[in-house]
Write a protein that binds this ligand. Structure first.
Ligand code: 5GP
Ligand code: 5GP
Ligand code: 5GP
Length: 209
C-alpha cells in the first residue's frame, strides 16, 4: 500500500501550567537554558482514539533525531520547556514525546519536523494565558471557578477544553493541564470525541510561576 491507514481518530493537544507542575510535593527543576516564561508550555500532541484508547511507541525505527528540527529548537525551548528533574535542555522530554506519541501520528504528520512544527503552530494559535487573562483569570495564587475557566477558553476557541488538575503541597486542587482536541488531519480544532478522566474542585487554584 502507498499510505498506511490512519490508526487513530484525533489528537489531544495538551498544555501545562508550569506553576502547577512545580507547586507539588515532587517540585520541579528549571531547564538548563533558564527559568521558562510565566506562560503555558506544550506537554504534547497525542494521537487518540474515539473510545479513549490510544496508540503509543508506534515506530521503533524512527528514533528522535534533533538534527531534523534544528530550526525549531529555540522556539521549543521557549514554548515546550521541560520542568522535570534533573534539569535538562529539553531533548529528553521532546524525545519521549516523539517516540511515545509522535511516531503514532506518522501517517498524518509524516516526519519529526512536521510533528513538532504542528504542536508549535497550535501553541501559537491558542494563547491560553492571554485568553484567561482576558477573562480576568490570572496566575496569582487565587482560586477560580472551573466553569469560568472552561467558559473563557470555550468562548475564545469555540470548543470545549478539558481541565486536568493536580494538587499542591497543601492538597489544594489547581489548574495543571488544558486538553484541546484537534481533528485527525491536525488542521482543525474539534469538540472532543471523549474527555479524559480525573477530578478538579469546583473552584481551583491558579498558582503563580
Ligand atoms: P497521566 O497518567 O500522568 O495522566 O499520564 C501519563 C502519560 O500517559 C501522559 O503524559 C501521556 O503520555 C499518556 N496519556 C495519559 N492520558 C492519555 C490520553 O488520554 N491520551 C493519550 N494519547 N495519552 C495519554
Ligand atoms: P507523557 O508520557 O506523560 O507524555 O510524558 C511525561 C514524561 O515526560 C515523564 O517521563 C516526565 O518525567 C517527562 N517530562 C519531562 N519534562 C516534563 C515536563 O515539563 N512536564 C511533564 N508533564 N513531563 C515531563
Ligand atoms: P458537567 O458535565 O456537569 O459540567 O460536569 C460533570 C462533572 O465533571 C462535574 O463533577 C464536573 O466538576 C466535572 N468536570 C466538568 N468539566 C471538567 C473538566 O474540564 N475537568 C475536570 N477534571 N472535571 C470536569
Amino acid at each position: 500500500v502507498l499510505n498506511a491507514a490512519k490508526d487513530f481518530d484525533f489528537f489531544y493537544f495538551v498544555q501545562q501550567w508550569p506553576g502547577s507542575y512545580c507547586d507539588t510535593k515532587q517540585s520541579c527543576c528549571y531547564p538548563t537554558t533558564g527559568k521558562p516564561a510565566a506562560d503555558f508550555g506544550i506537554h504534547g500532541l497525542w494521537p487518540n482514539n474515539n473510545d479513549g484508547t490510544y496508540p503509543s511507541n508506534c515506530d521503533p525505527n524512527s528514533p528522535y533525531d534533533q538534527s531534523q528540527i534544528s530550526d525549531l529548537i529555540s522556539s521549543m525551548q521557549q514554548n515546550w520547556p521541560t520542568l522535570a528533574c534533573p534539569s535538562g535542555s529539553g531533548s529528553t522530554f521532546w524525545s519521549h514525546e516523539w517516540e511515545k506519541h509522535g511516531t503514532c501520528a506518522e501517517s498524518v504528520l509524516t516526519n519529526q519536523h512536521a510533528y513538532f512544527k504542528k504542536a508549535l503552530d497550535l501553541k501559537n494559535q491558542i494563547d491560553l494565558l492571554s485568553i484567561l487573562q482576558g477573562a480576568d483569570i490570572h496566575p496569582d495564587g487565587e482560586s477560580y471557578d472551573l466553569v469560568n475557566i472552561k467558559n473563557a477558553i470555550k468562548s475564545a476557541i469555540r470548543y470545549t477544553p478539558w481541565i486536568q488538575c493536580n494538587v499542591d503541597q497543601s492538597g489544594n486542587s489547581q489548574l495543571y493541564q488544558v486538553y484541546i482536541c484537534v481533528d485527525g488531519s491536525g488542521s482543525n480544532l474539534i469538540e472532543c470525541p471523549i474527555f479524559p478522566r480525573g477530578k478538579c474542585g469546583t473552584s481551583i487554584e491558579f498558582p503563580t510561576f
